[in-house]
Write a protein that binds this ligand. Structure first.
Ligand code: PGA
Length: 250
């Protein structure tokens, strides 16, 4: 079966009100046929989410959160619940990004709870996984990613409500991209694992690649059989680059 590609931008801790112009340039610069063919998503910081969601209305552009707290509400100063993101207009929410796993010591068990909260609020979860350079060098990349997926996937995961983003930690923000062979091998392993966990219903989930995707390498990466789009960090901040990456999806 053919899977609809998802081209997702992750703005991380970047973006002020003045960057509405960049977002508008993305909306205006992406062709209507690309919006029809693919899902195109920007995950801005939470402070811009509601504004972006209003700007995106009717355009085909989707917006999402970068992270959420697993609880519905309560005494968690500074945190944002999945319900709040949905209320601000989010269609998707990223969970388990390697920067959260590293900076905030997030475990796969916590990420699973967050992903459950995303699904309970009728959004799609983008569950991030990926090995460190040391883990790759020691030959454990597939095992690490397998364990992360098994432990982080939400309980009710299906191909409709869940997306996996494979992002080798050493390729994020470094300008170094995994080789085409390495990406293909990992994505095939992930597809097989999804089948093992949830049969056909889960094996049809989209598996994105992330880590220094840019206009110059996007087409080659998106052409890999089991790659269903990308999670784009740095190159999603500039409309010119992001729009070129969307165009590379064909
Ligand atoms: P990058 O980030 O494209 O800047 O490498 C990707 C990500 O962290 O999602």
């Amino acid at each position: 079966m053919t899977r609809k590609m998802l081209i997702a931008g992750n703005w991380k801790m970047n973006g002020l009100q003045e960057n509405r112009t960049d977002f508008q340039n993305m909306i205006d610069g992406i062709s209507p046929s690309a919006f029809d063919l693919h899902d195109v998503l920007i995950c801005p910081p939470a402070t811009l989410l509601h504004t972006f969601s209003k700007m995106a209305k009717g355009s085909g552009m989707l917006v999402g959160g970068e992270d959420c707290h697993p609880a519905a509400s309560g005494a968690h100063t500074g945190d944002i619940s999945a319900a709040m993101l949905a209320d601000a207009g989010a269609d998707y929410c990223i969970v388990g990004h390697s920067e959260r796993r590293a900076d905030h010591k997030e475990t796969s068990a916590l990420i699973k709870e967050k992903a459950n909260a995303v699904l309970q609020n009728s959004m799609t979860a983008i569950v991030c996984v990926g090995e460190t350079l040391a883990e790759r060098k020691s030959g454990n990349a597939t095992e690490v990613v397998t364990q992360q997926i098994r432990a982080s996937l939400p309980t009710a995961a299906t191909a409709k409500n869940c997306v996996i983003a494979y992002e080798p930690v050493w390729a994020i923000g470094t300008g170094v991209t995994a080789t085409i062979d390495d990406i293909a091998e990992m994505h095939t392993a992930i597809r097989k694992l999804l089948h093992e966990i949830g049969g056909e219903a889960l094996a049809a989930a989209r598996v994105l690649y992330g880590g220094s995707v840019k206009p110059s390498n996007a087409a080659e990466i998106f052409a890999i059989d089991d790659v269903d789009g990308g999670l784009i960090g740095g190159a999603s901040l500039k409309a010119e680059d992001f729009n070129a990456i969307v165009a590379a999806a064909g």
